[in-house]
Design a protein around this ligand. Structure first.
Ligand code: PMT
Length: 419
């Protein structure tokens, strides 16, 4: 059986030059077993003919909102109900703006308003149109409402400019659709992504604890694990709030990121966001200690610059425990911690599971070439009466498996508490 057997995909096409890539997308989805229908905006028909797509998919192409012939066969409500997934590629700046504002002035926007089916968008436009605050705000609005955005990619554009705005390649989009249906959890609930309407709050990266205006204490966290979890939570339909220490990573598309520096700032920001969250995942490597006093001026080696062997003592104070404070202050939250350990991995992690009042803990062996600042990781997921071991693999793949496990347990715990 192919990956998309029995899956019904509605491809929406709006009017951009990348519309030509959609023929290849339709072909790839059909090759993997999907039944494909196409809905085009009027502008899209200027870039690729409905006849081409009709010939490729074997189905009539819909484009008119008020078309008596189409209404008799498959009207907009039926089409909206028919699909297991809607992929709009390309999604132009104009279409994104109309969707964000709830317009229903053509068939494609009306279908989007009249469906409960997950909608995926592959934006494509000039780089300045993409970076424009209006487009960015519209994308944020849509992802908060449960739309999933893919791309755009960076590179040379049809207009000759270079930057972010190119539509992802057709094969990449087809792979994304396959990956959506691949995850067993999606098969249980295709009509609605399992975390849609839920908010996941994630801490990621290191913190910096100032010693003086130019020096600080920090650790080796790159943020890769936390950012991969943010992307996975978003793919499962959640609104994601990411509280991040200083890292050099791009925030995943559609994820709301708050940058902080110190553990105290991360504590305040996370506590402020926790009230609106449903799941809290603490991947950040928060400094346990910070200098009791921050020098106002740069600390000199010595006042005369002569005694190079001079010792300097720093008095450190314990930082507040963000994870513990959040889970105790908001007991209805499904709280997940990480335990970064160099020894007694399981024993120490179970201690944190209990002490920090958690639903789940991810035991992470760290040390030389393990855990921190690498592309791969290996984890043990522990909860009160169970355990799951995930082998060493790419952090992005690992994050999808971890997020799927968290979601299954979260749904089970919500079902129990609502009984
Ligand atoms: O960022 P990467 O380079 O990808 O690396 C990923 C990682 C190794 C940092 C990550 O996988 C990980 O293990 N994160 C937890 C790091 C940590 O601080 O562990 P801990 O055992 O010291 O803390 C236990 C838990 O309490 C953690 O969830 C931590 O976020 C939280 N904590 C700790 C101290 C504190 N003051 N506040 C907290 O919230």
């Amino acid at each position: 059986m192919s990956a998309l057997t029995n899956k019904r995909i509605l491809i929406g096409i709006s009017g951009g030059i990348a519309a030509y890539k959609t023929a290849e997308l339709a072909r790839a989805l059909i090759k993997h077993g999907a039944e494909v229908r196409v809905c085009m905006t009027k502008a899209a028909t200027e870039f690729i003919t409905p006849l081409t797509l009709q010939a490729l998919t074997g189905n009539p192409v819909s484009s008119e909102l008020l078309d008596p012939a189409a209404e008799a066969a498959m009207g907009h409500i039926e089409l909206a109900r028919w699909a297991d997934l809607i992929m709009i590629a390309p999604a132009t700046a104009d279409l994104i703006a109309r969707l964000a504002n709830g317009h229903a002035d053509d068939l494609l926007s009306t279908i989007c308003l009249a469906t409960e089916t997950p909608i995926h968008l592959a934006p494509a436009m000039n780089r300045l149109m993409w970076s424009n605050a209006a487009t960015q705000d519209n994308c944020k609005t849509l992802s908060q409402r449960g739309y999933t955005l893919h791309g755009p990619a960076e590179g040379e554009q049809a207009c000759g400019e270079i930057g972010a705005g190119r539509m992802l390649e057709a094969q990449d989009l087809a792979d994304l659709v396959i990956s959506v249906f691949d995850k067993s959890i999606f098969n249980q609930s295709i009509a609605k992504l399992p975390l849609s309407g839920k908010t996941v709050l994630i801490t990621a990266g290191p913190t910096r604890e100032a010693i003086d205006p130019v020096r600080y204490i920090t650790n080796r966290s790159s943020g890769k694990m936390g950012y991969a979890i943010a992307a996975a939570a978003q793919a499962l339909g959640a609104t994601v709030q990411l509280v991040s220490g200083p890292v050099s990573l791009e925030a995943p598309d559609g994820v709301e990121r708050s940058f902080i520096e110190s553990a105290a700032q991360m504590h305040d920001k996370t506590m402020a966001l926790a009230n609106d969250a449903d799941i809290f995942i603490a991947t950040a490597a928060v400094a346990d200690y910070s200098p009791a006093q921050v020098a106002e001026q740069k600390i000199k080696k010595d006042s005369k610059g002569q005694n190079s062997n001079q010792e300097l003592s720093l008095k450190l104070q314990t930082n507040k425990d963000i994870l513990s404070d959040v889970s105790h202050a908001f007991p209805r939250l499904f709280s997940v911690g990480f335990a970064a350990e160099t020894e007694n991995l399981i024993e120490n992690a179970l201690g944190k599971l209990k002490r920090k009042n958690l639903n789940m803990i991810v035991a992470n062996q760290v040390g030389e070439n393990k855990g921190f600042d690498r592309d791969t990781n290996q984890i043990e997921i522990l909860w009160q009466d169970g355990q799951l071991s995930l082998p060493e693999q790419d952090k992005k793949t690992l994050a999808i498996e971890l997020m799927t496990t968290i979601t299954e347990h979260f749904i089970a715990s919500s079902t129990l508490t609502s009984k």
